[in-house]
Design a protein around this ligand. Structure first.
Ligand code: NDP
Length: 263
């Protein structure tokens, strides 16, 4: 029998200040909802101010007691990243948890991949993650600890034709996660990577509509026979950020319905 998704409650998240990049939609927005449900404070960062305002309004309506603020900017800009971290600390008194969800896809045959496209994927997915982690960790070190969850991808662990820049950027995020977990354990900071498989969001809907992803082929290839939901990925994030996971650091955690296991 297929069991239905059932979210749980984890300890140590109420009143913690979360900076969530890419938080206006998709997996980032689902994480925002999961952390709001746990009573965490949320600073959402994304590029589009209108999308951020819409996400915050829905969250406030659904979680009337939640404390939610937004900061528009790009994770590729050091000044935007520093300002978002400072805004989180000023609004909520700390920056306890960083969720790096901002990311872009890049599907092109490698022979057609322009240097500009290569650099854009690396810049947003890898350099953006590093800039956010570094800026957040400066706050966390001063506070005596924190948690960083980098949203990578199962394509950071496996090869996928026509996704050279995306795979390399996400493999880089996983390597970065391991290095930072090692370096920053001494500061009480845990760093983990979350590796979603195929998840139904605006990003994948667009790829399906453009014919760059074949929904039927994905469903046939996935042992569980379906794409995942953003909520199923968000559940892993609340667990990993919580005090239930205090000994877990430096790893890449898959949520892929068994996709990678099939090889
Ligand atoms: P979405 O496109 O739905 O959401 C990503 C969000 O990040 C968007 O709001 C986007 O804004 C924002 N963003 C993009 N670039 C920047 C930037 N430079 N600065 C700030 N915000 C930015 O994607 P998903 O929710 O599907 O993906 C979230 C993360 O999960 C990504 O890192 C993705 O690679 C990863 N992932 C997703 C999978 C999936 O199947 N969906 C599978 C594996 C990993 P805008 O709308 O303006 O572009």
């Amino acid at each position: 029998m297929t069991r239905a998704f059932a979210p749980a409650t984890y300890p140590g998240l109420a009143g913690r200040a979360v900076l969530n990049t890419g938080g206006a939609r998709g997996i980032g927005y689902a994480m925002a909802r999961a952390f709001a449900r746990h009573g965490a404070y949320l600073m959402l960062m994304d590029r589009d101010a209108d999308a951020l305002a819409g996400a915050a309004a829905t969250l406030r309506a659904d979680f009337p007691d939640a404390r939610i603020a937004v900061h528009a900017g790009s994770v590729t800009e050091e000044a935007d990243v520093a300002a978002a971290c400072d805004a989180c600390a000023e609004s909520f008194g700390s920056l306890d948890i960083l969720l790096t969800n901002a990311g872009i896809s890049m599907n092109r045959p490698s022979l057609d991949l322009s240097p500009a496209d290569w650099r854009r994927a690396i810049d947003v997915n890898l350099t953006g993650t590093f800039l956010c982690a570094q800026a957040a960790a400066r706050h966390m070190k001063a506070q005596g600890g924190g948690v960083i969850l980098n949203t990578a991808s199962m394509w950071g662990l496996s090869a996928s034709a026509n996704r050279a820049a995306y795979c390399a950027s996400k493999a880089g995020v996983i390597s970065l996660t391991e290095v930072l977990a090692d370096e920053w354990a001494a500061h009480g900071i845990r760093v983990n990577a979350i590796c979603p498989g195929y998840i139904r969001t605006a990003l994948t809907d667009e790829l399906i509509a453009d014919g760059k992803l074949d929904l039927a082929a994905i469903e046939a290839r996935t042992p569980q026979g379906r794409m995942g939901t953003p909520e199923e990925v968000a559940e892993m994030a609340v667990y990993l950020a919580s005090d239930a996971a205090v000994f877990i650091t430096g790893h890449a955690h898959l949520a892929d319905g068994g996709f990678r296991a099939r090889g």
